[in-house]
Design a binder for this molecule. Structure first.
Ligand code: SAH
Length: 213
């Protein structure tokens, strides 16, 4: 099905005005953001707002992240195309789809059953094949497929040492760390058994929670 021209144009504008203008330079990330139809990851009622510079509700009190934040997180991961990436917090599957354009395979975990099903439908609808989803508590990581080249956590909270144990040597873990809604993107790079930490953008994410719902 050909895409409605208005959505296509709105997405090109999103890339120019929200991403390029605010310093996103990785051409692969910009291309993925041009290619993935964000409006197909939100409800019909929200579709007209899909290319705004903001997070949007996706149900269950959760959100689809702001486009800039998705692009910024992908840029910080510095993916080259052959990586296996673990995502904690699938939500509606949008960030998952962008990651899937940038690496070999994405393993993504969502704790809320209805969002897991929603994301599955969205990813199937756009024909994204290199993604494996499961409904579980992401705080446990995904032992069966570890170690990962990169781990990205898309809900805010505290670092879990379980994730670091599932990270490949040379790998990167990126997450919004902090309390309540005050977070900062923190990158942990595993180098020769030691973790090197760097701090990045201030941000605000929905909280990481324990258990499955
Ligand atoms: N990646 C999404 C962001 C979704 S919001 C995007 O494309 O925009 C964060 C998601 O993390 C929510 O859906 C929430 O339910 C989920 N989450 C929070 N704690 C979790 C946990 N322990 N395990 C798995 N998912 C979790």
């Amino acid at each position: 099905m050909t895409e409605r021209y208005g959505f296509h144009r709105a997405r090109q504008r999103m890339v120019e005005q929200q991403l390029c203008k605010h310093g996103i330079k990785d051409q692969r990330v910009l291309q993925a953001m041009r290619d993935i139809p964000r409006h197909q990851f939100v409800s019909a009622a929200m579709a007209a707002h899909a290319y705004q510079d903001s997070a949007l509700p996706i149900g269950e009190g959760q959100t689809i992240s702001q486009p800039y934040m998705v692009a910024r997180m992908c840029e910080l991961l510095n993916l080259r195309g052959n990586e296996r990436v673990l995502e904690i917090g699938t939500g509606c599957g949008y960030h998952t789809a962008i990651l899937a354009q940038l690496c070999a395979r994405v393993y993504s975990i969502e704790r809320i059953q209805s969002l897991y099903s929603l994301a599955k439908g969205h990813l199937r609808a756009i024909g994204q094949g290199n993604v494996l989803l499961k409904c579980a508590d992401g705080l446990d990581g995904w032992t069966g497929f570890a170690p990962f080249d990169a781990i990205v956590v898309t809900a805010g909270g505290a670092l879990s040492s379980t994730w670091l144990r599932q990270l490949q040597s040379g790998g990167v873990l990126l997450m919004p760390e902090g309390q309540q809604r005050d977070h900062r993107l923190v990158q942990h790079r595993m180098e020769n058994g030691k973790v090197r930490k760097s701090q990045h953008d201030l941000c605000s994410f929905v909280p990481l929670r324990k258990g499955v719902q």
